[in-house]
Design a protein around this ligand. Structure first.
Ligand code: CO8
Length: 270
């Protein structure tokens, strides 16, 4: 199935840049510019954003997986497109702001399944996901400095929050690449698996997650993200409100009742 089937406003040309499949309650989105190492053109990011919003709005989807191919998750912004842009042009087209901010609107868990290169914007795209599963071949880096650019799709902000200032500065200022094991050690990724198991392992994890209560997952995602963006006391307050709201839900009562009855819960995602 191509993105045009469900992606709403994606144009047919843009839709080919992402492929979409369903695996039960999991929406799988595959970045599809293999000849350019999945360089993230505006058209690709528009298609990705449309696919993400469509999956987020689909009540039969519980979790979303974004992946690339075995050589590259994505090799960053499309250098070919950017080379001739001037300041006025990037402002006018709201470069990055227009389509990358879409990712932040997604309430459902988004997992990145990363093999090969995740460079520049590709690393930043993975960082914008909620869970990163890395194949042993994965290579993460912010090589923008080699272009006299900067990691401008959240890299200078999310990477230090993820792995700390020392490692983030090292990566962004020297263009050093991290292998999967090192990325795991620093807390950049959630899990490392053999390449041959990447998609199956990520889909299995996403399937497990997608069976849980969708609004409870959204509350956890929102609360953890709040921890990045606020003081501890503000975050605790936010978390407490989110917890209290669970008592207004069907699923929390069903989950607790099922535990006491020693049976599997029947979540209705409400
Ligand atoms: N943009 C455009 N084309 C690319 C990109 C890219 N980022 N990466 C690879 N390609 C193209 C190459 O131009 C080449 O095309 P062609 O076959 O027509 O010559 C093809 O993909 C294959 O690439 P290579 O021949 O270079 O293959 P190698 O195996 O030798 O190397 C690498 C693979 C290591 C991935 C190498 O291509 C590379 O270093 N790519 C660029 C990585 C990079 O600098 N990324 C950062 C880009 S800047 C950025 O991301 C800014 C972030 C902030 C904005 C984010 C918005 C999206």
């Amino acid at each position: 199935m191509q993105a045009s089937d469900t992606a709403g406003h994606a144009s047919p040309a843009a839709a080919a840049l992402v492929r979409q499949e369903r695996h039960g309650r999991v929406a799988l989105i595959t970045l599809n510019r293999p000849a350019q190492f999945n360089a993230l053109s505006d058209a690709l990011m528009d298609a990705l954003g449309a696919a993400l919003l469509a999956a987020d709005a689909d009540a039969s989807v519980g979790a979303i997986v974004i992946t690339g191919n075995d050589k590259a998750f994505a090799a960053g912004a499309d250098i070919d497109a950017m080379v001739d842009w001037g300041h006025a042009e990037v402002v006018e087209r709201a470069f990055i702001t227009r389509n990358w901010e879409t990712i932040r609107q997604v309430k459902k868990p988004v997992l990145a399944a990363v093999a090969g290169f995740a460079l520049g914007g590709g690393c930043e795209l993975a960082l914008a996901c909620d869970i990163i599963v890395a194949a042993e071949s994965a290579r993460f880096g912010l090589p923008e400095i080699k272009l006299a650019m900067l990691p401008g799709a959240g890299g200078t902000q999310r990477l230090p929050r993820a792995i700390g200032k020392a490692k983030a500065m090292d990566m962004a200022l020297s263009a050093r690449l991290l292998g999967a094991e090192e990325a795991d050690r620093y807390g950049l990724v959630s899990r490392v698996v053999p390449d041959a198991q990447l998609l199956d392992a990520t889909l299995a994890l996403a399937t497990q997650i997608s069976a849980y209560s969708t609004p409870a997952l959204a509350a956890i995602k929102e609360s953890v993200n709040r921890a990045w963006e606020s003081s501890l006391s503000e975050g605790i307050l936010f978390e407490r409100r989110a917890l209290y709201a669970r008592f207004a839900s069907h699923d929390a009562h069903e989950g607790m009742r099922a535990f006491l009855d020693k049976r599997a819960p029947q979540f209705e995602h409400r």
